[in-house]
Design a protein around this ligand. Structure first.
Ligand code: MYR
Length: 131
């Protein structure tokens, strides 16, 4: 059900979230308008994701429940895994530099893909529309 091409349409509290992540104001301004596009291909419990934005393009492969490494667009490295709970993807990732946890979910809400983020007490959302 997550399969498809998703383009970010709007953000909620994303600037505050990135600030909590320690990202400077110039990068935050650019990241707020990064035109993020994710192409999701799920086959069973395996996912292939093509991420593209004004910062980079990147291919990611993961299997539900299996830990993998990922670098955020600013270079911050995390390690963690996605799990499926009902119809919701739940991710739990740990920053390698400070061991703090970043949790994230992906859910389909009214035809939109809603990705939520939590880091160090700050929540944000990015909402994607199907291309
Ligand atoms: C994916 O499923 O797209 C790849 C794995 C994602 C791992 C964690 C995502 C956290 C992204 C946070 C970005 C916030 C930048 C401050």
């Amino acid at each position: 059900a997550f399969n498809g091409t998703w383009k970010v349409e709007r953000n909620e509290n994303y600037d505050k979230f990135m600030e909590q992540m320690g990202i400077n104001v110039m990068k935050r301004k650019l990241a707020e308008h990064d035109n993020l596009k994710v192409i999701i291909e799920q086959t069973g419990d395996k996912f292939h994701i093509k991420e593209s934005s004004t910062f980079r393009t990147k291919d990611i492969d993961f299997t539900l429940g299996v830990q993998f490494d990922y670098a955020l667009a600013d270079g911050t490295e995390v390690s963690g895994a996605w799990e499926m709970e009902g119809d919701v993807l739940k991710g739990r990732f740990t920053r390698k530099d400070n061991s703090k946890v970043l949790t994230t979910t992906r859910a389909l809400v009214g035809g939109e893909l809603v990705q939520s983020y939590n880091y160090d007490g700050v929540d944000a959302k990015r909402i994607f529309k199907k291309a």
